[in-house]
Structures are given as C-alpha cells and as structure tokens.
Design a protein around this ligand. Structure first.
Ligand SMILES: Cc1cc2nc3c(=O)[nH]c(=O)nc-3n(C[C@H](O)[C@H](O)[C@H](O)COP(=O)(O)OP(=O)(O)OC[C@H]3O[C@@H](n4cnc5c(N)ncnc54)[C@H](O)[C@@H]3O)c2cc1C
Length: 450
C-alpha cells in the first residue's frame, strides 16, 4: 500500500498510474475538494456559476496530457481554439501573435526585432540545457537579443515573473518557455493554437478520481495529514486529523516547505536536505467576472513597469463564455516574494489597487461591467531553481525507507505545467514500483538464502 499526500493533479495522476501497475494506493487530501491549484470556485452571487480559480490552458503539443485524457475518455471533449497574444507597452496594447505583428512591434528597431527572432530560433535548437543552467538569464539574453530587446522586452517580463529579482534565475527558464511553445502554432504557422476542457482541468481531476476509485484506490478528502511516523529509520505510519494510520510507504506531493513541516524529529537529516532548495514564489491573483470582453487577447503581457500585475489574462478568449454563464473572465496575477507588500495587502485594498491600474489601461471599464470579483492567494506556486543549483534538487527517495518526495520543485528544467506534472507523475510511479518492491525483494532473497 502506498499513501499519497495531496489530491492535486500530481497526486491523482500518480495514484492512477500506480493502480494501473497493480499497486494499492490511498490518497489523502486536506481540502474538501480535489484538484489543488487546478480546482474550481463557485460564484454564489451569480447563481452558482463555476469557473477555474486560476487560469489554466492546455497546449496541443501536451502529448502526455492528451494521452492521459484519451485513456480517460476525455479527448473528445478537448476544444482547440486559435488565440491571440499581445504586449502592453508604454500605455498601449500591441498584437504579437503573428510573425508579421512581431516584426512591426514599435519599441524595437528592425535590427533588434531580428535579434529577438534569432533568440527564439536559436533557443529552439539547443538540446543540451546543462550549460544554460550555469548562466544567469539576463546575461544570456543580453548576448543573444542585444541590449534594447533585453531592456524593453525581457527585463520587464522577468521582473514581473520573479517579483523584481531575477539575478539568480538561470537561462534554462526562458529556454524551457520557448521550447514548450515550439509546437503550438498551426501547420502554416499563422495561428497560435490552445486547448481547453469545457469545465476546466476539474474534468480531468474528476475523471482521474473516478478511475482511481474504480480500480480500488481510496481517496479521502477533508483529511489533513499532520505528521509522518518514523521508527528505526523507516516509515511506520501517518497521523491524519489526530488518528494513527499504519503505513510503510508515504509519498509527499505537497510543496517542499509544507512537506518538511510533516516530518518528525527523527527525520531531521532528511528535513535539512530538503531545506537546501525550498524557495518558492507565491501569487496574488484577482479574478474579474465581466459582462463584456475586455481585450481580444488570451494573454496581454505587460512590459510597462508602472503596472503591478504580470499580465491581463482573459481566459474567455479561449474558453467559450457559454461554459461560464455567458460571462467574461479576466485574471490579473502578480507573483510575490514573501516580503512583497502585495502579499500582505488585504483583499479590499488589493482589489482597489488592481482596479485602479486596470482602469488606467482600459478607461472604458465601468463598474456596471463588473459582475463579480475574487482574490486568490497562494504562498507556494513557482519553485525557484537558482543558477547552478540542480544538484540540490531533492531526490524522490530519502534516507528514510518508505519516505518519498515527489513535487513540482523536482521538475526541472521543464517549467511547472499540466504536461510536465503529468509526465513527472508517470515517471515517479515507475520509480516507486521499484523502490517499494526493493526491500520486499531483498527480504525474500534473504529468506531464500537461509
Ligand atoms: C495562477 C496560476 C496559473 C497557472 N497556469 C497554468 C497553466 O496555464 N497551465 C498549466 O498546466 N499549469 C498552470 N499552473 C500550474 C498548476 O496549477 C500546477 O503546476 C499544478 O496544479 C500543481 O499540482 P500539484 O498536484 O503538484 O500541487 P497542488 O495543486 O498544490 O496540490 C497539492 C495538494 O496537497 C494538498 N495538501 C497540502 N498539505 C496537505 C496535508 N497536510 N494533508 C493532505 N493534503 C495536503 C493541498 O490541499 C493540495 O490539494 C498555474 C498555477 C497558478 C497558481
């Protein structure tokens, strides 16, 4: 029996994969609902309309994810749509979806635009990322794209994504982003294609949960794991809401700082090891539910540093509004370090501040157009991998027999997204099959030798 802590997409995909290979699993989820960061919220004031808590897209190049949806009978429900991307620069929005629009982008000279295009092409040719991992991203981009493109495009984007400080971000970050979007264009290259499920990732989460239960796995929601029990250098159980549960194999899928809090003093050495790389950025994200569309873009990237949020993401330019009560959904995310004043701002002030900035960008946005607003906050979202720190990424197995860590901080150099999380969950399931049978095999070999 393998106990999985966390009923997000990682924990559920892993549970499903383990069951497929004949293992028994139990999933423990603290929240009353499954899905973690990919879950939904219900807007009671709008008659119970439900929508994604945060924006989540699927790319048509997400092969593992598409394969998983095929297995679960969801593939036919995936909708593919041509979407647009824009840049907000110096008080104006510019379309940047097609090569032609890209070549017309005014803040850059023709030479700078060519260098930017070269950066994208050159990046996609790089297969061995190891050298990039040693290079700070700004230094690398400056060399490839030149000073102007770095100043006007990369620096503001990186500043927004890393809450101001990207000095320790390795070049692998931009490389991964560009590689991921290689196959997202239509065959003639003229359109950017994205995909979605009508009820969001929650459809996949529900299908995974149903498949886990159908194969005999158990999922307990509203169950907080409080501590892992260890005796004689091996896992012996879990404390769940004050109750003791016997267990020999426990996989923590929660973010590393949360996982560390569940370790008992007997696991001090493992705790210290996991603590070598446990930095995360959090997020504050305002959701505006509007009666009309705000932009033509799925993503409007912001390179205007006066605006605090990273972008304006209008997911209903991908998802048909009919799936969310005919409303239009606009998300305003801001990545935050723990020390950011935005992390500690109360909801009211945050709404007021973000709305003020949004109205500077879109003066026609009137109060009457806003049907509902929500603030979402997460302390641990983006795992930080500083320059040259790959060796510090914790391994799945730990020094304690039966104790495993499998979370998004171990996904590298790929970025964290549904595709990378699902393929990681699959790999971990294979590794776990060996890890959990190793001692059993050792024992049976010893018995045979006696
Ligand atoms: C604003 C935003 C936008 C994003 N956009 C995209 C996108 O466009 N495309 C994409 O693919 N990905 C996107 N992502 C990333 C994606 O949401 C995550 O990669 C993914 O959801 C991580 O899943 P997980 O299972 O690893 O973690 P989580 O979803 O965090 O799941 C961990 C689970 O563990 C549970 N837990 C914690 N402590 C305990 C405990 N003590 N006992 C029991 N349970 C516990 C939590 O409640 C949670 O449900 C986005 C994320 C955010 C925040």
């Amino acid at each position: 029996m393998i106990d999985i802590i966390g009923g997000g997409i990682l924990g559920l995909t892993m549970a499903y994969e383990l069951l497929k290979s004949g293992q028994q699993v139990r999933v423990w989820e603290r929240s009353k609902t499954l899905g973690g960061l990919m879950g939904r919220i219900t807007l009671d004031e709008l008659g119970g309309v439900s929508c994604d808590r945060y924006y989540h897209a699927i790319l048509n190049s997400d092969r593992t994810l598409m394969g998983l949806m095929e297995e679960l009978g969801l593939r036919k429900r995936v909708q593919m749509v041509s979407t647009k991307m824009g840049f907000y620069h110096d008080g104006q929005s510019y379309p940047m979806s097609t090569p032609l629009e890209f070549l017309r982008f005014p803040p850059l000279s023709m030479l700078d635009r060519m260098r930017l295009a070269y950066t994208i092409l050159a990046c996609r040719q790089i297969k061995d990322w190891r050298k990039l991992e040693q290079l700070p991203v700004a230094e690398w981009l400056n060399g490839l794209s030149g000073e102007q493109a770095t100043r006007h495009i990369w620096t503001p984007l990186l500043r927004a994504k890393f809450d101001g400080d990207f000095s320790q971000v390795p070049a692998t970050y931009i490389w991964s982003r560009l590689v991921r979007t290689t196959d997202t264009r239509s065959k003639d290259g003229s359109q950017e294609l994205m995909c979605y499920l009508p009820n969001g990732y929650q459809e996949l989460i529900d299908a995974l949960a149903a498949a886990v239960r159908a194969r005999g796995g158990t999922i307990t929601t509203g169950a907080t794991v409080e501590q892992i029990r260890i005796a004689g250098e091996q896992v012996v159980g879990l404390q769940v809401d004050g109750q003791e549960v016997a267990s020999n194999h426990v996989v923590l899928t929660t973010q590393t700082p949360i996982a560390r809090r569940l370790l008992p003093p007997e696991a001090a050495q493992v705790n210290a090891q996991w603590g070598q790389l446990d930095g995360y950025l959090g997020i504050v994200c305002m959701l505006l539910v509007l009666r009309h569309s705000l932009t033509p873009y799925y993503t409007l990237n912001i390179t205007d540093e006066r605006i605090p949020f990273t972008g304006v993401i209008e997911t209903t330019n991908l998802i048909d509004p009919c799936h969310v009560g005919g409303f239009h959904l606009v998300y305003l995310p801001k990545y935050v370090a723990p020390s950011s004043p935005y992390a500690s701002m109360d909801d009211e002030e945050l709404q007021r501040t973000f709305l003020n900035y949004l109205r500077q960008m879109f003066p026609n946005l009137h109060d009457g157009a806003i049907a509902a607003m929500r603030i979402g906050r997460e302390r641990y979202v983006e795992p930080l991998h500083p320059v040259g720190a790959t060796d510090l990424i914790p391994t799945m197995r730990s020094a304690i027999y039966g104790l495993y860590l499998a979370n998004t901080s171990q996904i590298y150099p790929q970025l964290t997204n549904g595709e990378s999380v699902c393929s990681f969950a699959r790999q971990v399931a294979v590794e776990l099959r060996y890890a959990t049978s190793a001692k059993t095999m050792l024992h049976s070999n010893l018995l045979m030798n006696l």
